[in-house]
Design a protein. Structure first.
Length: 502
C-alpha cells in the first residue's frame, strides 16, 4: 500500500489520474490528516509547499534510491507511486520526460530486478542525489568489476554533497554497511559512533545507525568477551527493540531478538537467551517467512543443546524438537548444508538423551543415521574442517551408545577419531588435534583387547598419542591429562607382561 499525504485541494486531480489505472485505487491511500504518522518506509509520498517529496526509506522496504523533489503534478505523483509498486511500464509514459527522475527510476528498477545497469559517467553526475544513487548502484548492483575503493569514494563524495541532515545520515548508514560487509569492522564502528553523537534529535537516523552498530559490534565479539562492549551492546539492543516495537516492525524485532539471544548465550545466561528466542519465534511467525522462523528454531535448538551440555541434560529433548522443527523447512534438496549441520547436532543429541536402557538403543540408531546424513554432504576433500569435527563427535557418540551385541563401540569410536586425526594435523589444527587425541586415549582404555589382556600394539599406540598430546601444549588442562595417561601407562607396563614401548 502506498500512502500519499497531501492537502485536500489536490485530491480531485490525483483521484482522476488514479482512476485511469484498473484497481490502482486499492493500492493507494490518500491522507490529509496532519496528525497521521508518515512512515519513512519507501511507500510514502508527501506533497508539501507545492513540492512532491519522498523521504529516505529507513525501514528497508525497497532499494535505497532517492528521488529528487519536484513541483506537484498529479501525473508525476501517480507515476512515482507506480514506481514504488514496481509497475515500471505503467510509470514510464508519466515520468520518462523528466531526466533526473527517470534516471533514478531506471537505477531503482535495475536494483529491484537484480540486473546490471550502465550508469552515467562520473563526470556527468553532479548534486547529492545523483551521486548518492550512483554509490548505491555501485554498492548493491551485480557489477563484478566494482572495487571497494570505487564505492567508498562515491559514498565519501556524496557525504560532502548532502543537503540535509537526514540525507547525510542515510548516506552514512549505507557507507557503514559497505565497510562492515567488507570486513572493515573497526572503520564501520568508528564511523557510526562519530555520527550517532550528532543524530540524537532524529529518531529514525539515531536508531537505525545504532542498530547497524549493534550488528558490527556483534561481529567484533571474540573470546575472551569484552565485558564493557557486551554491556553497551545490551543497552543499544534494548533501545532499538523499543523503537522497532513502536512501529510494529515484527520481522526486524524477531531478527534483533535473535542477536539478543546470542549475546545472552555468550554470558551463559541460558534462561534469558531462551526467553529472547521464544519471543523471536512468536514475532517471526507473523512475518510469513518460513525460512526466518526455521532459522530461529535452529538457533533455539543450538541454545538448548549448549544448555544441556552445561550440566542440564533435561534440555536435550527440547533441543531435538527445535532442530526437527527447523528441518521442516531446511530440507536436503534446497538447503543441503544447513540440513547437514542440523543432522550433525541431532547425531550428538540423540546419543546423549537420558532414557531407560531399552530405548537408548533406538536413540543410538537414529543418532548413527543423522551422522551419516551429515557425512553425505561434508567430506575430507572439499570440507575437511567440518568433516573432522563431525568424525570427532561421531566417535564421542559411539562411546555413549549402549553395548552392542555385535562389535565393539569403543573400537568404532577409535576408527572415527582416526578419521578426524587425519585432518586435524598438529601444524594446521593443534588445539582441535589435542581434543581428539584426548578423546582417543579415553576410548582406548575401554576398547576390547585379546584375552582380556593388553596388546603391545595398543600400548604403543596410546603411548605415542599421549606423548604427542603432552608435546602439543595447546591447553594446560589437556597437557595435565596427557601426563596422567602416561603415568597410568607406566604403571600398566610395570604390572603386566607388556615388554616393549616404542
Amino acid at each position: 500500500m502506498i500512502g500519499i499525504f497531501v492537502s485536500t485541494e489536490y485530491h480531485a486531480a490525483i483521484k482522476e489520474e488514479i482512476a485511469k489505472f484498473d484497481r490502482l485505487h486499492e493500492l493507494i491511500e490518500i491522507n490529509n490528516d496532519p496528525s497521521a504518522v508518515r512512515l519513512p518506509n519507501g511507500h510514502t509520498l508527501l506533497v508539501e509547499k507545492g513540492m512532491i517529496q519522498q523521504a529516505p526509506d529507513w525501514f528497508n522496504q525497497s532499494p535505497p534510491m532517492l528521488f529528487p523533489d519536484t513541483p506537484f503534478d498529479a501525473k508525476i505523483l501517480v507515476g512515482l507511486a507506480l514506481v514504488r509498486l514496481h509497475n515500471f511500464e505503467a510509470a514510464k509514459p508519466l515520468l520518462q520526460n523528466l531526466p533526473d527522475i527517470w534516471e533514478a527510476v531506471l537505477q531503482y528498477s535495475a536494483l529491484c530486478q537484480g540486473i546490471s545497469y550502465e550508469l552515467p559517467g562520473k563526470k556527468d553526475t553532479t548534486g547529492f542525489i545523483p551521486i548518492f544513487n550512483r554509490a548505491i548502484a555501485l554498492h548493491y548492483a551485480p557489477v563484478d568489476a566494482t572495487t571497494l575503493e570505487t564505492v567508498a569514494n562515491a559514498y565519501e563524495e556524496a557525504l560532502i554533497q548532502t543537503n540535509t541532515e537526514e540525507q547525510h545520515f542515510f548516506c552514512v548508514k549505507h557507507y557503514a554497511t559497505l565497510l562492515a560487509d567488507a570486513g572493515l569492522l573497526e572503520d564501520a564502528a568508528e564511523l557510526l559512533t562519530n555520527k550517532l553523537q550528532k543524530a540524537a534529535h532524529l529518531e529514525y537516523a539515531l536508531q537505525e545507525l545504532k542498530w547497524l552498530r549493534c550488528s558490527v559490534w556483534m561481529q567484533q565479539l571474540k573470546v575472551p568477551y569484552d565485558i564493557a562492549l557486551m554491556e553497551a551492546l545490551k543497552n543499544d539492543l534494548w533501545d532499538v527493540l523499543l523503537y522497532l516495537e513502536k512501529y510494529n516492525r515484527h520481522t526486524e524485532q524477531g531478527l534483533l531478538l535473535m542477536d539478543a539471544c546470542q549475546l545472552a548465550l555468550y554470558s551463559d545466561s541460558f534462561a534469558e537467551s531462551l526467553g529472547y528466542i521464544n519471543k523471536a519465534i512468536q514475532l517471526l511467525d507473523k512475518s510469513e517467512q518460513p525460512e526466518l522462523v526455521a532459522d530461529a528454531h535452529f538457533k533455539k535448538g543450538m541454545l538448548l543443546y549448549s544448555w544441556a551440555e552445561n550440566g542440564q541434560p533435561q534440555f536435550y529433548r527440547a533441543a531435538k524438537d527445535a532442530l526437527l522443527a527447523a528441518l521442516e523447512v531446511f530440507n536436503r534438496h534446497q538447503f543441503p548444508e544447513v540440513f547437514a549441520d542440523i543432522h550433525h547436532y541431532l547425531g550428538v543429541i540423540y546419543s546423549a538423551i537420558p532414557d531407560e536402557v531399552q530405548k537408548k538403543s533406538i536413540w543410538a540408531g537414529v543418532s548413527v543415521s543423522s551422522f551419516h546424513e551429515a557425512l553425505n554432504y561434508y567430506n575430507k576433500v572439499d570440507t575437511p574442517y567440518a568433516f573432522a569435527q563431525i568424525c570427532n563427535h561421531f566417535g564421542n557418540a559411539y562411546t555413549k551408545y549402549p553395548v552392542a551385541a555385535l562389535g565393539d563401540n569403543f573400537e568404532k569410536a577409535l576408527d572415527w577419531y582416526r578419521e578426524a586425526l587425519d585432518v586435524r594435523t598438529a601444524k594446521e589444527y593443534p588445539f582441535e588435534r589435542s581434543l581428539t587425541l584426548s578423546n582417543y586415549l579415553d576410548a582406548s582404555w575401554k576398547a576390547g583387547n585379546p584375552g582380556d589382556g593388553w596388546s603391545t600394539d595398543r600400548f604403543n599406540d596410546m603411548w605415542e598419542k599421549a606423548s604427542e598430546l603432552k608435546q602439543l601444549e595447546s591447553n594446560q588442562e589437556l597437557t595435565s591429562e596427557a601426563e596422567k595417561h602416561l603415568d597410568a601407562l607406566i604403571k600398566l607396563k610395570a604390572d603386566s607382561s607388556i615388554s616393549h614401548v616404542n
